[in-house]
Design a protein around this ligand. Structure first.
Ligand SMILES: Cc1ncc(COP(=O)(O)O)c(C=O)c1O
Length: 387
């Protein structure tokens, strides 16, 4: 029998995050700070809209691009947060999470051999999705000395004649780094000069702790060069509803919708009705969750300071990314031992790219009570290593 599998797929490594979850499930008494998923329930009024839509028998496909009223709400949201207007009919469509939008953006925009600049450490799907689209991923290493921000020089260093896309992964998973307006302005200059496009993954845009998120689409000349990706998973605690969206120039959106139409048909209908409510009346819930995350963020930073563990102060998302280089072991070994010896699961920085080696990602999408137990275990583990 011949090999049923394609070489391209075989060559892609499975996500380094999952491996630890599987072990956690098999280890009794283990606690995890590994998952990048809000611990809050979806706010009740949002769930209620989903239920109501079912009661009303709204159980059919929506249009491929998604409910018109939802696209209108997305348009209103971007307008009120970024001051940028998108046509809800031609420039916005609804996807199955930000994940699908990332995949479609690559597939719609690259030809074989086009280079895609991917800053790392960053979310695990960019590189595989770029490869599956036959692009060549070119990694830019984000550095702690730059607060894990992307600099224009770093982009320029990696641009070639073949570079087509820059992925902009901020607020960042796993570092929690954010880009400020002045940082984005420098990047925008390079993007325009080198005639690049940007895939801006803004899934954590609502979770910033030091001022409001600024999107690159709000800068002159960038709206026409950017695919803005966002969704409902993180801001509204709606991971399981599987809903996101993409905004961008109509010609690119049309091709992304074409693939979406053949592969997916439409995003889940119930979730779309619930999301209309989230965008119309969810600001207060987001603000409460943000406050709670911020509280936990400060708690963890304070703990690491107490432990004498160097930790960059993250101003976005719900992760901290302390440096564990001083223990002289790989981040994978550190995490494996922490799980085996203290039954605490965190994620090795190397799961987010080679340059994440020497760091670990700790999610604070867990209750303070859980975080406190986790920090006791963590302290016990590192004091053993130190003695
Ligand atoms: C940076 C980033 N982008 C995108 C996603 C995908 O989110 P979803 O598909 O649930 O919208 C995640 C999920 O963890 C993420 O961390």
């Amino acid at each position: 029998m011949r090999d049923p599998l394609g070489k391209k797929v075989i060559g892609i490594k499975p996500s380094g995050i999952r491996k630890f979850f599987d072990i956690v499930q098999e280890t009794e008494g283990a606690i995890s700070l590994g998952v990048g998923e809000p611990d809050f329930d979806t706010p009740w009024h949002i769930r209620d809209e989903g239920i109501y839509s079912l009661e009303k028998g709204r159980t059919f496909y929506t249009s491929n691009s998604g409910l018109k009223e939802l696209r209108q709400e997305v348009s209103n949201y971007i307008n009120r947060t970024q001051g940028v207007t998108y046509d809800p009919l031609k420039e916005i469509f609804i996807t199955v999470g930000g994940s699908e939008a990332i995949d479609l953006a690559f597939r719609a925009m690259v030809d074989e051999g086009d280079e895609v600049l991917i800053p790392q450490p960053s979310y695990v799907s960019y590189e595989p999705c770029a490869i599956l689209a036959d692009a060549v991923p070119v990694i830019i290493e984000l550095k702690e000395e730059n607060d894990f921000r992307l600099t224009a020089e770093e982009v320029l260093e990696k641009v070639t004649d073949k570079t087509k896309i820059l992925v902009l992964p901020f607020p960042n998973n796993p570092t929690g780094a954010v880009m400020e307006k002045k940082d984005l302005e420098e990047i925008a200059k390079v993007v325009i000069e080198k005639d690049l496009y940007v895939i801006s993954d803004e899934i954590y845009s609502e979770l910033t702790y030091n001022g409001k998120h600024v999107s690159i689409v709000s800068l002159p000349g960038m709206r026409e060069r950017t695919i803005l990706i966002n969704g409902f998973s993180k801001a509204y605690a709606m991971t399981g509803w599987r809903l996101g969206y993409a905004c961008g120039p109509a010609n690119i959106m049309a091709q992304m919708v074409k693939i979406h139409q053949f592969a997916i048909m439409c995003a889940p209908t119930t979730s779309q009705y619930a999301a209309v409510e989230a965008l119309r009346n969810g600001d207060e819930d987001v603000s409460k969750m943000r406050e709670e995350y911020n509280h936990r963020r400060r708690y963890l930073l304070n703990e690491f300071k107490k432990f004498g563990l160097p930790c960059f102060e993250p101003f976005g998302a719900f992760y901290v990314f302390p440096c564990i280089k001083k223990f002289g072991m790989s981040s994978d070994e550190f995490c494996t031992r922490l799980l085996e010896e203290e039954k605490l699961a965190v994620v090795p920085g190397s799961a987010f790219g080679d340059c994440g080696e020497g760091y670990i990602r700790i999610s604070y999408a867990y209750s303070l009570q859980n975080l406190k137990i986790a920090m006791e275990r963590f302290e016990k583990f590192i004091s053993k290593l130190e003695h």
